[in-house]
Design a protein around this ligand. Structure first.
Ligand code: FE
Length: 154
């Protein structure tokens, strides 16, 4: 995909999710009570964990990463790659409707924020410098996710 096509793809995703309502809705108080301090800071306050400090950036285990806030499946380990960034990175979400993408102008350049489609929790950002086949790099926070190994219950 050309970088123009990628930008168009992300633009379409953003427009699609402009008027989102979430299936899982909790008050700020309820989120504070149900999450750890670090999960709350990332998921509900759009915080970013320090590079190389999260539990998943280096993981190569086979399984599925789910939202730490609501359990929504987000990324399959088969789409994970070693970006060297210090954050767990994926070429695509597990399903098109697993996440939503929004424009983020909180820094001096525009980024594309990635949120859980089910609870609206902040997960990280997506960049267009990823490897084939998508050219996308979903740069996530470990603290926003829980890992569920395949065959863990087999
Ligand atoms: Fe969620």
């Amino acid at each position: 995909m050309s970088s123009r096509a990628l930008e168009q793809y992300i633009e379409n995703m953003k427009q699609k999710h402009e008027n989102t309502t979430y299936e899982v809705v909790k008050s700020d108080e309820q989120w504070r009570e149900s999450l750890t301090a670090e999960e709350y800071r990332v998921l509900r306050r759009a915080g970013t964990e320090r590079a190389f400090t999260g539990r998943y950036h280096d993981s190569k285990d086979d399984g599925v990463y789910v939202c730490a806030g609501c359990g929504n499946p987000l990324f399959d380990s088969q789409s994970k790659f070693d970006s060297g960034s210090g954050w767990p990175s994926y070429v695509e979400p597990i399903a098109a409707n697993a996440v939503e993408e929004r424009e983020d102008r909180s820094l001096f350049f525009v980024r594309t924020e990635v949120r859980c489609r089910r609870c609206g929790g902040h997960l990280g950002h997506v960049f267009t410098d990823g490897p084939e086949p998508t050219g996308l790099r979903y740069c996530m926070n470990s603290a926003a996710m829980s890992f569920s190994g395949r065959g863990a219950n087999a």
